[in-house]
Design a protein around this ligand. Structure first.
Ligand code: FAD
Length: 432
């Protein structure tokens, strides 16, 4: 490695790590960012949906040109099972981003701001003020672990349980038969360019969605195999084998995404966790890009302002932890639903387009008081669902309140963590 001593080492040059490297270097810190693979293969290599507001909050220009795969103004048709019940979500503002180009842009930005980026360097562990790698060690004031799920684990963390792992796959294919493609979308009453999403097809959490601009079709599927369901890759394989109009694969990939709520301990000593490595993923649909960019911005601000990694951990949890934990509760609830139950929730108005749009756009659900009587009536007709949904709702409110009171320092974290686990009905993270 070229550097012997820096202010910040970032492990992982994917979207979260490259964004953190750029923000720290822009603020004047000396930064080394390493990735175990070649830099041009770092991070996500597929198309991801990212809410436009996340770029604005992270101080990163919104994608444009080829990087912007879909502009976020298309409707999103959320179908229960294979249909026919559906919700149409408009104005969600979720941009479809070619992640290969976003990661490349962020790495370039980091380099232009003075960060050094090096590929094929694997971080092994932190020892005091030194990061050990397979290519030597570097002395550093701060280390940012943005190495994704199962990466470097520079802080001891409990492994993500299989029931909290989504196996996702996303590929862009050529359209081989244009007329057949058009008639497929017409049959599902979805114009070209809009997204068609079949949900609950392999367990309540699962989805398969597709969008075509006419010449290419972008396909995404995800599920939780630990619950006995086929993986996202398998769902796509079966679907594509039945759709003769889908041609050759152009690019994409498959990987596991952590769905559990973010780790209680995001920082310790000199180390901060960031992105998938911190489980900063919006669990309702397994989206971690926007969360990682926003957290990178917050982390850099804390390091540059002298607050260190613990200030970042407390500020991030206070601002965002309640949102992420709430939607993880909803995700855990949704896992138990069948596609017929999802259809009944849509039909009865319990799940409406406004609520679904809030979830897609990664924001707290806004309750429309005018829709309240209809929802109460629907709940009254389904007492057992009403009880379960009521319990989830109460826990979501508790999550918001508890995360807003996340301790500002390491002291108090263990008891806060236990209280949160008790209130949310899961297990506390080990805090040493
Ligand atoms: C098929 C699929 C579809 C998805 N769709 C969406 C979506 O629509 N919207 C969304 O927001 N999210 C989506 N996600 C999730 C999203 O891709 C991730 O949340 C995001 O890529 C996480 O970024 P990251 O920078 O935290 O980690 P990664 O992208 O995992 O980057 C981590 C980097 O660290 C490197 N690394 C690992 N270990 C080491 C080590 N020891 N030393 C050095 N380097 C190391 C890796 O090589 C990698 O380049 C999807 C995921 C999948 C699999």
């Amino acid at each position: 490695m070229s550097a012997k001593s820096v202010d910040v080492v970032v492990v992982g040059a994917g979207s979260a790590g490259a964004a953190a490297a750029a923000a720290c270097a822009r603020g004047g810190m000396s930064v080394l960012c390493v990735d175990r693979g070649p830099l041009h293969e770092a991070g996500a290599r597929w198309v991801n949906g990212v809410p436009g507001w996340a770029f604005d909050t992270a101080g990163i220009a919104r994608p444009a040109g080829e990087e912007l795969y879909g502009a976020g103004d298309q409707h999103f048709h959320l179908v229960a099972g294979w249909g026919p019940t559906r919700l149409v979500m408009r104005g969600h503002g979720v941009l479809e981003v070619d992640m290969r180009l976003l990661v490349e842009r962020l790495q370039r930005l980091a380099a232009d701001c003075g960060a050094r980026l090096e590929g094929q360097v694997t971080a092994v562990r932190m020892k005091g003020d030194r990061l050990e790698t397979d290519r030597g060690e570097v002395r550093t004031r701060w280390a940012i672990d943005a190495s994704g799920l199962g990466g470097a684990t520079l802080l001891p963390c409990s492994p993500v349980r299989p029931s909290d792992l989504c196996a996702a796959a996303q590929y862009v294919h050529e359209v081989r038969e244009h007329a057949a493609a058009r008639s497929f979308f017409e049959r599902h009453q979805v114009p070209l360019g809009h997204t068609l999403c079949f949900t609950g097809i392999a367990g309540g959490f699962s989805a398969l969605n597709l969008r075509s601009d006419g010449d290419r079709v972008s396909l995404l599927a995800g599920s939780i195999p630990a619950e006995g369901h086929p993986s996202g890759s398998e769902l796509l394989r079966r679907f594509i084998s039945e759709q003769r109009w889908i041609g050759a694969r152009i690019f994409g990939g498959a990987r596991a995404v952590p769905l559990r709520r973010p780790y209680d301990r995001l920082a310790g000593g000199r180390v901060a966790l960031l992105g998938d490595a911190a489980c900063q993923v919006f669990a309702a649909h397994g989206s971690g890009v926007g969360a990682g960019l926003v957290a990178a911005h917050q982390l850099a601000a804390s390091l540059l302002g002298g607050g260190g990694v613990e200030e970042y951990a407390a500020k991030w949890h206070r601002r965002w932890g309640g949102l992420f934990a709430s939607y993880d509760l909803f995700r855990r609830f949704s896992q138990s639903l069948s596609s017929a139950q999802i259809a009944r929730m849509m039909d009865g108005g319990l799940l409406d387009a406004e609520l679904a749009t809030d979830g897609l756009a990664q924001r707290h659900p806004r309750i429309d008081l005018r829709a309240f009587p209809r929802k109460l009536f629907a709940l009254g007709r389904r007492p057992s669902l009403a009880r379960r949904l009521g319990a989830v709702g109460v826990r979501m409110l508790a999550a918001r309140a508890l995360y807003a009171r996340h301790p500002r320092a390491q002291k108090g974290l263990r008891s806060w963590s236990r209280l949160v686990a008790f209130a949310l009905g899961d297990t506390p993270d080990p805090i040493d």
